[in-house]
Design a protein around this ligand. Structure first.
Ligand code: NAP
Length: 295
């Protein structure tokens, strides 16, 4: 069991630098129950290894990912866990959002969610003020401890923040050594300047990062593996924490070997500058600049 270091915001909100993601656990868009036992065992192995931040969504396998997490945490100390889940873009009207949250609580088998996130900006036709009013009510009712967002441009983030009494503690976005939309579009800088946690999803680009002599050289120099360097590059940066999915015990152990040391600042910048084949737009969830709030 390791103690994963944490990062803290001024308001006291704290997240471990590395958490477990549950996308594709229990199915992709539809439930797949054929690996339930292995998936529950893998989550429990992660909890036993020191993972406390676990990330799921109502949209993952239509709620089955939440159900598996609920089963996996049975018997664990609830207070030590940071359970994050998300409301889909289609369910963000005032009325639907409250119902979505209650359904997530039921599937998770808990009476509060630590971090409740907008999975994206509300669909056209749903006013952001209504969405944020519904989020605030969940906090007032004690069903949600903290609120945040995913995949928002800085302007959309600021607009959402304007309509809530609660601090938006994070923006969960696609960011890794190859995918740099968050640098290019100012999301990283915005988070760093506004005391917001940037929770980097897809840190390992699902295991398909291009081969890089630079990463191999750094891995040799630091006596680490390439995935460890890639994860450490994220968490060596101010306000950045990350989440990776793994159901594989060896991968989890490897990834946890990324958290208790730091790349030198010069090496962080070298990767930023020299990593090959960088992409400036996410291949999975590009921030929608065409629909962005106008200045
Ligand atoms: N907010 C959003 O819109 C959004 C979007 C996407 C993802 N997310 C969240 O972020 C989490 C992480 O992103 P992700 O799952 O898309 O991508 P990821 O964590 O970069 O990659 C996961 C894949 O990498 C493999 N892997 C993990 N550790 C490895 C290692 N050390 N060596 C080789 N392969 C390894 C895993 O396979 P094994 O299981 O075999 O290890 C899995 O196939 C998600 O699970 C989800 O919770 C959020």
């Amino acid at each position: 069991m390791i103690n994963i270091p944490t990062k803290k915001l001024k308001n006291g909100f704290e997240l471990p630098v590395y958490g477990l993601g549950l996308w594709q656990v229990g199915g992709r868009y539809e439930p797949d129950t054929s690996h339930d036992k292995e998936e529950i065992d893998a989550i429990r192995f992660a909890l036993d290894s020191g993972i406390t931040h676990i990330d799921t969504a109502e949209g993952y396998a239509r709620g089955h990912s939440e159900e598996l997490l609920g089963q996996a945490i049975t018997g664990y100390d609830r207070k030590k866990l940071i359970i994050a889940t998300k409301v889909s873009g289609t369910n963000q009207s005032y009325k639907d959002l409250g119902q979505s949250c209650e359904a997530s609580l039921k599937r998770l088998g808990v009476d509060y969610i630590d971090l409740y996130l907008l999975h994206r900006y509300p669909e056209a036709g749903i006013p952001i003020a209504d969405t944020m009013r519904a989020m605030d009510e969940l906090v007032e009712r004690g069903l949600v401890k903290n609120i945040g967002v995913c995949n928002l441009t800085p302007r959309r983030f600021a607009e959402a923040q304007k309509h809530t009494k609660n601090k938006l503690v994070c923006n969960q976005v696609h960011y890794n050594v190859q995918y740099r939309e968050m640098e290019e579009t100012g999301v990283l800088k915005y988070c760093q300047e506004n005391d917001v946690m940037l929770v980097a999803w897809r840190p390992l680009q699902k295991g398909s990062l291009p081969k890089s002599m630079l990463l191999e050289e750094l891995a040799r120099r630091y006596k680490k593996t390439v995935p460890q360097v890639v994860i450490n590059w994220l968490i060596s940066q101010q306000k950045v924490v990350t989440l990776a999915k793994t159901s594989n015990i060896d991968h989890l152990k490897e990834n946890l070997g990324a958290v208790d040391w730091s790349l030198e600042p010069d090496d962080v910048e070298k990767i930023r500058k020299d990593f090959p084949d960088q992409k400036l737009v996410s291949d999975a969830f590009a921030l929608n600049y065409k629909a962005d709030i106008k200045p």
